[in-house]
Write a protein that binds this ligand. Structure first.
Ligand code: S3P
Length: 173
């Protein structure tokens, strides 16, 4: 069974949607950031604060490699996974990769009460989010399968992801 991989910006719903989709499909759910936290025994913010982003990206690279090597998994990646083409190569090799998109206003709303995103820390959260999203937009847009969640409920997004996965997995059998 092919993996189902969710990519997308912070707040796009990868973890929430991924858990539900995994339940529906009876597949194992794996969250990349959660794995990193389990492996290191530390939270993502702490890793960013002490060792910096480059070190986090190494841990992320290693974790993606491990997760992509399995099968029958629903994998929720971190928003920056698209920055390294090697991550995408591994994820595409064993999975159906689906991007969850949302417009910045919606992302800001969803992330309003969170404090665990080091890249958005500080007072100018909106500016940071817009800058980061603009910078990454071409990478997200390059994923052939995409669900625009801007006007969708979680339920509707789960449905759209399941439809795409079933279509693709069926075609590739
Ligand atoms: C990041 C997204 C986060 C986490 C880290 C870096 C990013 O994951 O991996 O804070 O670079 O966009 P989520 O997308 O699950 O919030």
């Amino acid at each position: 069974m092919k993996n189902l991989v969710l990519v997308g910006f912070m707040g796009s719903g990868k973890t929430v949607v991924g858990r539900r989709v995994a339940q529906e499909l009876g597949m194992e759910f794996c969250d990349c950031d959660e794995r990193i936290e389990q492996r290191t025994g530390r939270c993502i913010s702490d890793i960013f604060a002490r060792e910096g982003e480059a070190y986090f990206r190494e841990l992320e690279r290693e974790t993606v490699r491990e997760l992509a090597a399995g099968q029958g998994r629903v994998i929720a990646t971190g928003g920056g996974v698209v920055l390294n083409p090697e991550n995408l190569r591994d994820l595409f090799a064993t999975g159906v990769v689906i991007c969850l998109w949302a417009e910045p206003e919606v992302l800001l709303g969803r992330l309003r009460h969170t404090s665990d995103r080091p890249l958005l820390a500080g007072s100018d959260r909106e500016q940071r989010l817009r800058a980061l999203l603009a910078q990454r937009e071409p990478l997200y847009r390059a994923i052939p399968l995409c669900v625009d969640t801007t006007h969708l409920t979680v339920e509707q997004t789960v449905g759209a992801v399941l439809d795409l996965y079933r279509q693709q997995a069926g075609q590739q059998q």
